[in-house]
Design a protein around this ligand. Structure first.
Ligand SMILES: Cc1cc2nc3c(=O)[nH]c(=O)nc-3n(C[C@H](O)[C@H](O)[C@H](O)COP(=O)(O)O)c2cc1C
Length: 182
């Protein structure tokens, strides 16, 4: 069943105008909070945004974030970088779990990369989001997840078959661990 969930997960960037229920939003955040983290430090925090003006502001964080304007909720995945040197890994797992939880709930979601991205020549996307959401200096913004009910027009992208040439048997270069399905 988990593989089926992974197979269904895709990037959804077009949404209906429907809002999400409180229970749905709670479940999404719960998925982030229940993620594993190195040394169980849990450096993440989540800024949950549903106000339309702020969603539009987030959509301007950087090229490729435009879809956030149409999301019902955006969840900024941020980390207190003073807590651990592996906050990127920790936050990535949390963001991924939010994405999978959205899929499991029948919602559509997509990741907007913020870390290492630019808003303009003089402002990073992370700094832009921090200012917009009043996030203190010691936090970094890893990503903003945009989530909503998928627009009927947003036909899921055709799924690629898993690339089994990326699997190595015992030593690098030995080829896949199993033959592709017949
Ligand atoms: C780390 C990461 C960063 C991403 N950043 C963006 C982004 O900024 N904007 C966007 O529209 N999609 C973004 N995506 C979505 C990818 O483009 C998408 O996952 C990829 O094309 C594969 O498509 P699929 O999610 O439908 O399988 C990101 C995905 C990941 C995992």
């Amino acid at each position: 069943m988990f593989i089926e969930l992974l197979t269904r997960r895709t990037s959804v960037r077009s949404f209906t105008d429907d809002t999400l229920t409180r229970d749905e939003i709670d479940a999404l955040v719960e998925a982030g909070l229940r993620s594993p983290s190195s040394r169980r430090i849990d450096p993440w925090e989540f800024v949950v945004v549903t106000e339309k003006d702020t969603l539009h502001g987030l959509a301007e964080a950087k090229p490729g974030a435009e879809f956030l304007a149409g999301a019902a909720v955006a969840i900024a995945v941020i980390a207190d970088t003073t807590m651990t040197d592996v906050w990127v890994e920790d936050c990535s797992i949390a963001a991924s779990n939010i994405w999978l939880a959205a899929t499991d709930l029948g919602l559509g979601a997509c990741w907007a990369q913020v870390r290492n991205r630019s808003h303009s020549d003089s402002l990073s996307a992370g700094e832009y989001v921090r200012q917009l959401l009043a996030i203190p200096d010691r936090y970094a913004v890893e990503a903003v997840m945009g989530i909503g009910r998928p627009a009927p027009s947003d036909a899921p992208a055709p799924r690629r078959a898993p690339d089994r040439t990326k699997i190595h048997r015992e030593r690098f270069g030995n080829g896949p661990t199993q033959e592709p399905d017949q």
